[in-house]
Structure formats: C-alpha cells, structure tokens
Design a protein around this ligand. Sequence first.
Ligand code: NAD
Length: 348
Amino acid sequence: MAVRGKVAVGVNGYGTIGRRVAWAAGLQPDMELVGVVKTKPDYAAAQAMSAGIPVYVPGEAEAERFRKAGLEVSGTIRDLLREVDVIVDATPDGVGATYSKLYREAGVKAIFQGGEEASVAQVSFSALCNYDEAVGKDSARVVSCNTTGLLRSICAINSAVGVRAVNAFLVRRAADMHEVKRGPINSVVLNPPRVPSHHAGDVRTVLPWLDITTAAVVVPTTLMHVHYVTMKLKGNASREEVLDALRSSPRVLVVSASKSGVEGTSQIIDAARHIRPRGDVPELVVFEESVLSKGDEVSFIQAVHQESIVVPENVDAIRALTGLSDGEQSVKLTNYALGIGKLPGLSF
Ligand code: NAD
C-alpha cells in the first residue's frame, strides 16, 4: 500500500547496512521510510527515535526490554509489515532466511543481503548488471560488498569491450566500526584457506556465464577492502579504452594518485569524511595508475567501502521489485539523491 503515492519501505535489522539503507530510502522522492526493526534498546535505537524514525521490535519480549530502558516502540514487526510494500532485510548473515516466510505471508516484497544464500530470493541483484531481471519479482538478494565491487568493474568493462574471464585477489577488511570482538589483530588470514573463495560463485549468481576465480585474505583494518583484478577480454583494448569504460560507469570513481595524492584506503575515507555523510563512499574506487593493459588482458587495483557500496543497490532493488522505474532512471535518481558519482578532490 503506497503511502501518499510513494512506495512504503521498512527495514529489518538496523546495523551497518540497515541504518544506511533506511537513511537512503528516506531521501528518495518516490519512497517513504515507514519504520525500522531493532532488537536491542541501544544507542542506534535511541538515535533512530530521536531522528523521528518509528522503531519496531521482533516481539513482545523485546518491547519489554525497550520499555525498561525508557524507550517506547511503535509495535512489532508484524505491525510494520502491515504498513509497507517492501521490507529490506539487513539482519546478520543467515538470519534473513528465518524471516522469509513471515514476509511472504504478509504479502510484502522482500530484499535480502549478501550474507544470505542465493536461494533466499528469486534473483541475486546488482543494479548495473541485471536490474531488469528483478523487475516485478517478489524478492531479491543484493549481493555482498565484495561481489558488488567485482560486478561494478566487470559489468562496466563487459559493456564496453566484453569480458571472457576474471581472476581476482581480495584483501578484506577485518571488521566494521561497531564490531568490537572481531579480528584478526595481528595476522593475514587466508579467507578461506583454499581457492576459490566463495566470491567467484557469488559473482556467478548474477553473471552465470563468467569464468571467474577468486582468492581472499583478511587483514587488520576496518576501512575498505582492496582487490587486485585481472581480466581476459573478448578482444584487444587499450588502457585508455578500459579507463573510459570505468570512468563512464555512474558508480565507479577512477582516482589518480598523482593528481589527488591518494595512495591508499585511509586517504579515500579521510577525504570522504569531510564531504559525505558518515564518510561513506558507495562508488567503487579504481586506482588510475594501477590500470595496465596488454593485448586482450587488463589488470587494476580497486577499493570497496564495505559499509556503503550496497546501499544504492538496495534502493534500486526497491524500484525494480515495485516497477517504479527502469534501471537507468533508477540509478540516476538514487545517485542524485545520495550525491553519488563525484567526490570532490578525488574525481577530476
Ligand atoms: P550488523 O551486525 O551491523 O547489523 C545487523 C542488525 O540486525 C543488528 O542491529 C542486529 O542487532 C540486528 N538483528 C540481529 N538479529 C535480529 C533479528 N532476529 N531480527 C531483527 N534484527 C536483528 O550486520 P551488517 O553488517 O549490517 O550485515 C547485514 C547484512 O548485510 C548481512 O547479510 C551482511 O552479510 C550484509 N552485508 C554486510 C556488509 C558489511 O560490510 N557490513 C556489506 C554488504 C553486505
């Protein structure tokens, strides 16, 4: 049931991804954020309430915990589901699947995140690769941050010159800001200790035809992931052609070290902190001077801000499921509302 002509959106799970998706949906001209679901009466719940966002809970036990903490909730998730057209599930890995029956029974379209198995939804989604496949479906899974990053560059280069095969080495951040118990503190951990990592299979949930191998390690940093990507193309392409393909993608930032002084992830986040809410960088960052081309082979280094790269994808998935607009228009609308595409000081 659209509220005042807008699609009514709820968010279940108000952590790293849920808080950002709720914020982003609230900024869209064609969406209304109806409420969010929280399990604990912590600082994030209090901040949502003070921002005027109605907070719901999974059940009566949680409502009682909130009451004891002096916070009054707007109801349970069942109440929220009666008010929304789409629920974005941003609960921890594997928890989303436990809610899928509830969403179906409520007749609400559902968007899941990359921590769920692909089978949780009718389609795995990446806006610039397969928007049309999600149009009108009842459920979609926005693929993980690393997979979204890989798909951004693969689909940009595939549209321009054609990609035959991909090999990628992923250096993953250890934890997000609020995850105080995660490591490693002093190790480079193979993740997993065999090849391929699960990311190759995850990319193929969107591009089933692609020959791709991935390997991953985890390092003690919280800011961003970094990938070294090698692609075999369908024909020869010059370095300039590859750079043009990346630059013309609406969600890729090609950053020049010589022009910006940026040589690593901390400088990207430092620059973003001064001009972006929370210091988010939802664009895929490609380091310009790392791009090498030799005949039909290209390689480069890219960086992924794990906390925000999937946020615009979730917004586009809402439009795709509800048939609000076509892919190109949705990406434009989302980018405009969230200020994606240029990061002054980094893009020229
Ligand atoms: P998170 O731990 O930051 O947030 C999850 C939230 O859900 C927390 O607020 C938690 O209290 C709440 N929650 C736990 N159990 C719940 C329940 N039963 N019902 C309702 N809420 C519950 O997790 P996150 O990092 O935001 O990840 C959410 C999803 O997004 C996962 O599938 C993850 O794989 C995916 N994802 C995460 C990242 C990232 O880097 N953080 C990037 C892309 C995708």
